[in-house]
Design a protein around this ligand. Sequence first.
Ligand SMILES: Nc1ncnc2c1ncn2[C@@H]1O[C@H](COP(=O)(O)OP(=O)(O)O)[C@@H](O)[C@H]1O
Ligand SMILES: [Mg+2]
Length: 364
Amino acid sequence: MYLKQLQLEQFRNLTAAQFEPGRYLTILHGQNGQGKTNLLEAVYMLGSGRAFRTAKVPDLIQHGSKSAAVAGRIESAGVENRLLLLLDGNSRRISIDAKTVYRAAELHGKLAVVIFTPDDTAMIKLGPETRRRYLDRSLYAGNAGFLQDYHNYYRTLKQRNALLKSNQQQELTLWTEQLAAAGIRLMQHRSRYLTELQHLLQHQYAQLAGNNESVALQYKPDVAATTAAELLDTMQAHQEQDLRYKTTNRGPHRDDLLFLINERPLKGFGSQGQQRSFVLALKLAELDHLQQTFGEEPVLLLDDIASELDRQRISNLVTYLRQRQVQVVITTTDVTPFQELLHNDSRLYRVEGGNLTYEGNGIS
Ligand SMILES: Nc1ncnc2c1ncn2[C@@H]1O[C@H](COP(=O)(O)OP(=O)(O)O)[C@@H](O)[C@H]1O
Ligand SMILES: [Mg+2]
């Protein structure tokens, strides 16, 4: 899967931008605040229908404009498609080859995208909600069916919480049963996905860090249940407490995941370098997982990677990705660390004030 061409209108500070990435390596360079990350965000959106930084459509539309457009030509399985995303007020419209589609899930398998940004490392230290969001988003990228189970659980949870608030106890039993049934499906998705990712992670970490430290990714469910009945037991046992606090205290909406290095929490025991390598390895494990799911390499976006990795690591990574024939887009304030990695078929763009200037393959 790869992006051939991208056209943006009024997307954040990119007023009218045309972007044609190379098949393998593309570098976007420019000072801070010029629109490099915005461009990556547009690519990510084209692939998934959603943004990675914010869920609010109005934030993506250029200040002072009413709408924005992200249009792209992509190729997957040897077939070319035209994807179009129109953002208007609060709404989002997607079309594939000029035909409107009504579910973002239809974008699945067209342009799978993995993004690594400096913000990702923060997920190690932030609360469980950030990690849950990461987990669900990453799971959804390779499994369109997950979304329905996800929404089903959270819709039911909202209903049950509303009942708790209004003190309508007679209906509660029914909703608790439905919540447990939906909850166990959500938990099974998460558990299965993390087991698959865990195997890929260890391999990627060893390759990145160049040592044999052990790393692990562990599902930490709020309720250790394997069946709907077990989950229901715990939920029912907390009904009194739920009524008192007017909210559902136990269930997968409180799940977490644990990052471990040498069997200890990465949060307290990992150095800065280990934490960065861990998160990048996690992203590469996602890349592997999507490759296995779709039978094709996804696109990899590396935001400000020079602030995260030293020159040798970047060089190893870029060489490895080229061997795999992954399309890579890198943003940086300084091209120097990437100069020796450019090939004839690489493409270099300068980003300044929301404008893109093509600068050839960057080989002088
Ligand atoms: N909706 C928007 N309309 C106009 N400008 C925006 C919008 N959202 C963000 N920006 C601007 O985009 C710039 C940041 O772009 P970004 O891609 O993060 O820069 P960088 O090149 O450092 O990655 C900021 O100047 C910010 O004000
Ligand atoms: Mg940026």
